[in-house]
Every structure is written in structure tokens, then in C-alpha cells.
Design a protein around this ligand. Structure first.
Ligand code: CAA
Length: 241
């Protein structure tokens, strides 16, 4: 039986590339999404991958969503916590809502989602949890106190849960993509992107979503059983950890 993989934020951007890569590697894939029905339906029509709408910042919505996916496809053995948003603004102008939206969606979702699947993984003695963090959780970024804090928190969560899961065959890893060619990065003001960001990437280009998809396929595989609690940095040399 193919393993079941669930990708949050899996119908657009990096998440869509991850979902497609896992499907190509033989997994049965479910792609969660938060709001953009049009993009989700387009993704479903193009790929045949099942899509499920719920808000990952809500614990109860995650419980209901995971229950539905498992009823349809079977127990989730690979969870990719990818869903994330930005609300970029310097702290002295940041509103509580901008802080809360980013922290609850990007970091709160790791608890909300992983809590739903961890008991089953422990019982079955196998699991792969892959958290999509960011270069900006490693180095910080002007205008992203909310996002950088949440993404750094994902790395702490990864290291703690890796210790708890090890005896049960569950690996927990983070990937820190650099600036990847997605709508999220294209939303950065053009002059900021061209003058302040692109020149700092030694390979001279943005990453492509498929490059992160391949990292996920590796970490999800049986071959990666030795790797847990790690942070895979994929940023074209922009920042070394
Ligand atoms: N370091 C130091 N100073 C900086 C700076 C930086 N990185 N960026 C801007 N400043 C300074 C500017 O020089 C300017 O100073 P002066 O007033 O003295 O000229 C001042 O801060 C204001 O800058 P802006 O005009 O840009 O201010 P703004 O309010 O219009 O915009 C901002 C602020 C929204 C943070 C904008 O700069 C921005 O969008 N920056 C990009 C943030 C970014 O990289 N986000 C990543 C999004 S993609 C993502 O998050 C995916 C991922 O994981 C990588």
C-alpha cells in the first residue's frame, strides 16, 4: 500500500511542488489549503491530487480535517507542515493582528496539525514529519519579526519532537528554504528584491519550488531514517549555519 502524505498549504507555491513530488515518488497525497478555492480547484484538475480546505491556525479545524483525510485515504504517515503567510512590516508599525496571524498560522499550525497525527504514528512505529521553516528563521529579516520568530520556533519544535519520536520510528526534520520563486517572494517590493535580496544569493538566482520538493522526498523516504532533528538548509549559499 502506498504511504499517505499530507501537505499543508499544498495547492500553491512550495507546497504544490512538494505535493507533486511526493505523488511522483509513489505516495497517496492530500493537499490542504486555507482559502484560495480557485487555485485549489485548478491544482486538483491538473494533478488529480485530493484537496481539503481548512484553516491550520485552528486546532479544531485541523482535527476535523485530518479525520476526513484519514477516513478517505488511510492513516497519515508523512506530514509536511508547509502552510505559511507573511505580514511584513517593521515592529514599530506592526499590529497585534499581524503578529498573531503569522505566529498562529506558521508556528501554531505545527502543534495543531502534528498533535492530530502523532499518536497514530507512535502506535504504528513509523512517521515522517517535515517542517518547512525558512532562511529568515535562521538569520532574521528586516520587516519580519513575526515571521522570523515563527520560523525559528519551528526549528525548536523540530528538535524537541525529534527526541520524543526517535524510539517510535518517527523522524522530525526542518527544511529552511531561501528565497524561492513563488507568489510570496514575488510580493516583495521589486526594488527590495532586486537591490537587497538577489545580490546576496551567491548562486545568482532564486530557488525553484521543485528543488524543495526533492528535499522533502528524500527526508520522507525510508533511506533517511538516520536523519532526525536536523535542519536542511537550501538557500543557494545566502546564509551558512
Ligand atoms: N536592513 C536595514 N535597513 C533596511 C532594510 C534592511 N534589510 N530594509 C529596509 N531598510 C531601511 C530602508 O533603507 C529605509 O531606511 P531610510 O528610511 O533611512 O531610507 C527604511 O528601512 C524603510 O524601508 P522601506 O522603504 O522598505 O520601508 P517600508 O515600510 O516601505 O517597507 C518592508 C518595509 C515591508 C519591511 C519592506 O522593506 C520589505 O518588504 N522588505 C522585504 C522583507 C522580506 O525580505 N520579506 C521576505 C518575504 S518572502 C518570505 O518570507 C519567504 C521566505 O521564507 C524567504
Amino acid at each position: 500500500m502506498p504511504r499517505v502524505a499530507l501537505v499543508t498549504g499544498g495547492t500553491r507555491g512550495i507546497g504544490a511542488a512538494i505535493a507533486k513530488a511526493l505523488r511522483a515518488a509513489g505516495y497517496t497525497v492530500a493537499a490542504n489549503y486555507g482559502g484560495n478555492d480557485e487555485a485549489a480547484q485548478k491544482f486538483k484538475a491538473e494533478t488529480g491530487i485530493s484537496v481539503y480546505k481548512w484553516d491550520v491556525s485552528s486546532f479544531d479545524a485541523c482535527a476535523a480535517g485530518v479525520k476526513q483525510v484519514e477516513a478517505d485515504l488511510g492513516p497519515i504517515e508523512v506530514l509536511v507542515n508547509n502552510a505559511g503567510i507573511t505580514r511584513d512590516v517593521p515592529l514599530h508599525r506592526m499590529k497585534l493582528e499581524q503578529w498573531a496571524a503569522v505566529v498562529n498560522t506558521n508556528l501554531g499550525s505545527l502543534f495543531n496539525m502534528t498533535r492530530q497525527v502523532i499518536e497514530g504514528m507512535r502506535t504504528r512505529k513509523f512517521g515522517r514529519i517535515i517542517n518547512i521553516s525558512s532562511i529568515n528563521g535562521q538569520k532574521g529579516q528586516f520587516g519580519q519579526c513575526n515571521y522570523s520568530a515563527a520560523k525559528a520556533g519551528e526549528i525548536g519544535f523540530t528538535k524537541a519532537l525529534a527526541q520524543e519520536g526517535a524510539k517510535s520510528g518517527i523522524t522530525v526534520n526542518a527544511i529552511c528554504p531561501g528565497y524561492i520563486n513563488t507568489e510570496m517572494v514575488q510580493a516583495v517590493p521589486k526594488d527590495v528584491l532586486e537591490k537587497s535580496i538577489l545580490p546576496t544569493i551567491p548562486i545568482g538566482r532564486l530557488g525553484e519550488p521543485e528543488e524543495i520538493g526533492r528535499c522533502v522526498v528524500f527526508l520522507a523516504s525510508d533511506d533517511a531514517g538516520l536523519i532526525t532533528g536536523s535542519t536542511l538548509t537550501a538557500n543557494g549559499g545566502q546564509y551558512f549555519v
